[in-house]
Design a protein around this ligand. Structure first.
Ligand code: G4P
Length: 190
């Protein structure tokens, strides 16, 4: 997606050869016009898939996932990392390890918002090692629902996530694929 790649080149900050900071439009401040275009791109990519629900993980997945849900005309559910007092029972819970934060968290979705037979599009802001996407996929499958695909805003193709997800049989659609962050610059997969 050219608009996204241009934005990454203009505003992305390469912190080191593993991490790209995009807090000016995705992870802190959010660019609504860009999110809308991202949502439309996901909807177009999965137009043939009869999606019932978009699932993401709080917090940075919510903006692009909401726009995808809007474009597809379906609800959005975001998996929670913090369990509130009102979310005690009837949950699907899966552990997700974050390499970036080097900690494991439990992510949860209420059983009443994810039901058997649904076709689910998983959306996330970054794909690194695939831990978050696998965690969400396990939740979908625990519910007896089906993962129609995984939509990623920024994929770091030099890390292992895409290979592991496609090997496991999931369809991955990434709007920007980064081949390398070496030498302080962003190189995209052609
Ligand atoms: P994984 O899920 O693909 O295995 O990724 P990893 O554990 O490495 O990522 C953990 C968190 O760090 C995720 O956000 C992910 O989106 C984010 N992340 C991974 N690589 C990058 C990167 O290069 N740049 C930025 N800006 N973020 C990255 P999170 O902990 O769920 O945070 P948030 O959604 O609450 O913001």
């Amino acid at each position: 997606m050219q608009m996204l790649k241009d934005k990454i080149v203009r505003e992305g900050i390469v912190l080191n050869d593993q991490v790209l900071k995009v807090d000016s439009f995705l992870n802190h401040r959010v660019d609504p016009g860009l999110m809308q275009a991202i949502g439309q791109a996901f909807a177009a990519a999965f137009a043939e898939s009869r999606i019932d629900l978009v699932l993401t993980l709080e917090s940075s997945g919510i903006a692009p996932a909401l726009m995808a849900a809007m474009a597809l005309g379906v609800p959005l559910v975001f998996a929670r990392k913090q369990l509130s007092l009102t979310m005690r029972d009837d949950l699907y819970v899966e552990p997700v390890y974050s390499f970036t934060k080097q900690q494991q968290s439990q992510v949860a979705v209420s059983r009443k918002f994810l039901t058997e037979g649904q076709s689910v599009l998983i959306v996330d802001d970054f794909l690194a090692h695939g831990e978050a996407a696998f965690g969400m996929a396990r939740i979908v499958e625990a519910a007896g629902a089906r993962v129609a695909g995984i939509g990623i805003v920024i994929e770091k193709s030099f890390q292992s996530g895409r290979a592991k997800l496609t090997e496991a049989g999931y369809r991955v659609e990434s709007l920007a694929r980064i081949a390398s962050l070496s030498g302080n610059r962003v190189e995209f997969v052609e």
